[in-house]
Design a protein around this ligand. Structure first.
Ligand SMILES: *Cc1c(COP(=O)(O)O)cnc(C)c1O
Length: 454
């Protein structure tokens, strides 16, 4: 998997194809000499060093990692043509690749019918799902858990519908009792269930929420932007296997969002929205005077709120899926490694006298905090912030992130800690690189060293 080799092949493949149309001279206005290019490039690569090493196993912070080489090669190769997946005129090949890749995502969740497309992000994908939900339940609001992604509230505002945050239980799951109380008011038309919260990877009880669909006539939307690919571990053997019930229930929900740019090995610019009922396409209908000429099929641009979208993003996902398909034996192995890493680290933290587990990880995110004396939220907050900073600044750096945990959430999990503030920052590590599983001991030892009171 030598990236240089494949990138060279990419430029040749596209050049050979381009040459079949006849060669021509580029316009002088576009020419830049190599010396100026070299100077700009040196400055450019120098500036890019102002970054965190997201690729490295010692980076165990936010939800960030570089794309797989297959995605890089797929993206860059298609980008040399630069198709626009808004319409078939914009790039028939990548539009087909998008359809195939989206069908694989729908099959991964067990949808037997679907309508869907890629989007620029999970936020836009959720916006589309909530837009369709609003069209189907005009005048009714949207409920989501207090730990759902912050953009649900924002997108409700954009759509002019009322957002209803619902409290979570002691493990961070949407509290179904509180939800049911809210649904009885009749004000809510759509419930968002999060399959893997962004903060701690908590999976809402999708299977238990299914009954609410009929009982209260609501739509169920699953936000699996981060967690969606973990469905590949549902019911799997071994420690990484996940309880299958919530994952199997997703197939019976009305819409799903998943971000291939999180756990699907893709570069940013790749979210996806899937609807179980293809009929919802009618809500997108519009008449464009310039985009739909070459075919009578429904175009991707006719079922998407966005206009221009990178065909290269579809190409990258398609090529990746040829090599690492969204199956338990394909991408599932990548996710399993991250999940094992989280479980292993949680085990080490449980046995530690300097660190404490905030709660048991459900997917690949570990939340933990330093043991402080006296045990107060203020003390934990300050110590977490110090460890974050010292970890990055150290000679042998480790990169972590912090998460703000609210006072009640803390009390539900750690009642002995004195709640002398609104909440406290805790440490958070997203172990989304499979390599993490071979570096857990190192990470743990370093964090313990940095955390140990001196
Ligand atoms: C990341 C995330 C989003 C937002 O997706 P973007 O691609 O960052 O716009 C929405 N919901 C959940 C659960 C997420 O993890």
């Amino acid at each position: 998997m030598d990236l240089q080799h494949w990138l060279a092949r990419a430029t040749h493949a596209i050049q050979d194809w381009a040459d079949t149309f006849g060669t021509y001279e580029p316009h002088p206005s576009l020419l830049v000499d190599d010396e100026r290019f070299a100077a700009a490039f040196t400055e450019f690569t120098g500036r890019l060093k102002d970054n965190y090493p997201f690729f490295h196993p010692h980076y165990a912070g936010q939800m960030l990692k570089p794309p797989h080489p297959a995605a890089v090669v797929g993206y860059l190769t298609a980008m040399l043509i630069n198709p626009n997946n808004h319409a078939l005129d914009g790039g028939p090949a990548t539009a087909r690749m998008e359809r195939e890749a989206v069908a694989r995502l729908a099959a991964m969740f067990g949808y037997d019918t679907h309508l869907g497309h890629l989007t620029t992000s999970g936020t836009i994908a959720n916006l589309e799902a909530l837009f369709v939900a609003r069209e189907l339940h005009p005048g009714r609001g949207v409920a989501y858990s207090a730990d759902a992604h912050y953009t649900h509230g924002r997108m409700c505002h954009v759509l002019g519908v009322k957002g209803h945050p619902v409290r979570t239980d002691g493990q961070g799951r949407l509290d179904l009792q509180a939800l049911e109380d809210l649904l009885r008011t009749g004000e809510v038309g759509t419930v968002v269930l999060t399959a893997g919260t962004t903060g701690l990877g908590v999976v809402d009880p999708v299977h238990e929420a299914l009954a609410l669909k009929e009982r209260h006539g609501v739509r169920l939307h699953v936000d699996a932007a981060y967690g969606g690919f973990f469905t590949l571990l549902a019911g799997a053997d071994g420690p990484e296997g996940l309880p299958p019930e919530p994952w199997r229930a997703i197939a019976r929900c009305d819409s799903i969002v998943v971000d291939p740019h999180k756990h699907g090995l893709q570069p940013y610019g790749c979210g996806a929205v899937l609807f179980r009922d293809p009929e919802v396409g009618r809500h997108y209908l519009h008449d464009s005077p310039y985009t739909y000429f070459t075919s009578t099929e429904l175009h991707l641009g006719e079922i998407s709120l966005e206009c221009s979208r990178a065909g290269a993003a579809a190409a990258a996902l398609w090529l990746t899926f040829q090599l690492l398909p969204p199956t338990p034996d394909g991408l599932g192995r990548v996710l399993a490694a991250g999940r094992r890493a989280a479980l292993d680290w949680a085990g080490l933290i449980t046995a530690s006298d300097v660190l404490e587990l905030y709660q048991q990880p459900e997917l690949d995110i570990v939340g933990y905090f330093p043991v402080v004396e006296p045990a107060t939220l203020t003390g934990i907050d300050a110590a977490s912030a110090r460890i974050l900073a010292d970890g990055m600044a150290s000679e042998r750096p480790v990169f972590l992130s912090t998460l703000k945990a609210g006072r009640e959430d803390f009390a539900a999990r750690h009642p002995k800690i004195t709640a002398d503030a609104d909440g406290a920052r805790i440490l958070r590590s997203v172990l989304m690189k499979p390599e993490s599983e071979h570096h857990v001991e190192h990470l743990h030892t370093r964090v313990e060293e940095i955390a140990r009171p001196r």
